[in-house]
Design a protein around this ligand. Structure first.
Ligand SMILES: Nc1ncnc2c1ncn2[C@@H]1O[C@H](COP(=O)(O)OP(=O)(O)OP(=O)(O)O)[C@@H](O)[C@H]1O
Length: 361
């Protein structure tokens, strides 16, 4: 626990009966950091967040904010504010009243609360919206009101529980960028929970990947994406190919894998014997019309395109490849002769050993 952390959880466990919803979780969030907790439904994210906010109490462990234990401190005495998916704005109040409400509850005079609310609305790009009803705002504007209402109280820590979950896809994409920019501008510490890996990757300084009550890995988006520590992280963060197989031979981290469907693969990882899971990102799969282009790659195959999944810059190909029970997914080239490749076309494919992570299954 250093002076520059805003939040420290130390061996926090929460049991409901015999079930540990949160199981021995330890982490620190630095001042000004955007920290996300990413995991599938039911992994314990909300329970963790509710304990930080003070709505739920740990069975064991400590929660510290700016080095002060929060055990026994009621929710309304914690320097924490929460933004919920539902936003929980007051529909009968104007935008300005919504933002000023928390301040007047704390005994700030009406005039000062109004002035601070007005300034805060300007900072979140809602200048002149103070008199409007919240029901007369777009989804994105409501989102910003919820953030303004939270930030006006100058909390040490802002907790966000899937705040973009109710927005449509286009607006969610936009709000990701906007939230990240707001957080940077206010330099407030954000702890954000989501099951959406793209949200976490785009916005976070660091991400904790949570599974069945535990943290599997904590790292920057790049670390998690390029160096996943577990098969769960490799599968959950980003698109990936995944094949089951067995170690054929291994030495010094280099692993040769035999797939149950016959193919042989060369990768890197901690597996030394027995069953394996192998992962390769679609963008690491090199494609060529001519096999000689790929001759330097240890993993080289020939396959046939079984599907073109067109999605602009995120387009991909599924390539049915002898020896693999699942088609190989590769990024559709954006230019060159393969950009127009169609279903049924033959193609050569390959990847480096470094691009393939092999885990013991
Ligand atoms: N009050 C409770 N009593 C009993 N079990 C609970 C309670 N709250 C949560 N759980 C259980 O604890 C586990 C974690 O739940 P939690 O809501 O924290 O997950 P989550 O990751 O936030 O999921 P979601 O994304 O679906 O909200 C689940 O198995 C859930 O059923």
């Amino acid at each position: 626990m250093s002076q520059s952390t805003d939040l420290d959880l130390v061996n926090v466990t929460k049991k409901f009966g015999a079930h540990a919803a949160v199981n021995d979780v330890t982490f620190s969030v630095a001042r000004g950091e955007f920290f996300s907790i990413l995991g599938p439904s039911g992994c314990g994210k909300t329970t963790l967040m509710r304990m930080i906010a003070g709505f739920e109490h740990p069975t064991s462990g400590d929660i510290r904010i700016r080095d002060k234990s929060m055990i026994g401190v009621p929710a309304n005495r914690r320097p924490v504010n929460m933004v919920f998916q539902s936003l929980a704005l007051f529909p009968m109040m104007s935008v300005g009243e919504n933002v000023a409400y928390g301040l007047t509850c704390r005994g700030v005079s009406r005039a000062e609360a109004d002035e601070r609310a007005t300034r805060m609305l300007e900072r979140v790009g809602l200048k002149g919206f103070g008199e409007r009803r919240v029901t007369a705002l777009s989804g994105g504007q409501r989102q910003r009101v919820a953030i303004a209402r939270c930030l006006v109280l100058e909390p040490t820590l802002v907790l966000l529980d899937e705040p973009l979950g109710a927005l449509d896809l286009k607006l969610r994409e936009h709000m990701k960028i906007e939230l990240k920019q707001l957080q940077g501008q206010f330099n407030t510490t954000f702890a954000y929970i989501t099951h959406d890996q793209s949200e976490a990757l785009v916005m976070s300084d660091r991400i904790a990947v949570m599974n069945q009550g535990r943290f599997e890995q904590v790292g920057s988006p790049r670390e998690l994406y390029h160096n996943p520590a577990t098969p769960f992280v490799a599968s959950f963060v980003g698109e990936t190919n995944r094949w089951q197989g067995e170690v054929a031979s291994a030495s010094n981290g280099a692993v040769n894998v035999r797939l149950s469907s016959g193919g042989t693969l060369h990768g890197h990882g901690n597996a030394s014997q027995g069953a394996t899971l192998s992962f390769v990102r679609p963008e690491a799969v090199a494609l060529a019309q001519d096999a000689s282009v790929l001759s330097s790659l240890p993993n080289r195959y020939e396959g046939r395109v079984s599907a073109v999944l067109f999605d602009g810059a995120a387009s991909s190909l599924l390539i049915k490849t002898p020896g693999f029970d699942q088609p190989v997914r590769a990024v559709l080239p954006q230019a060159g002769p393969l950009a127009g490749i169609e279903v049924g076309a033959a193609v050569h494919l390959g990847w480096t050993a470094e691009a393939m992570k092999v885990f013991a299954a």
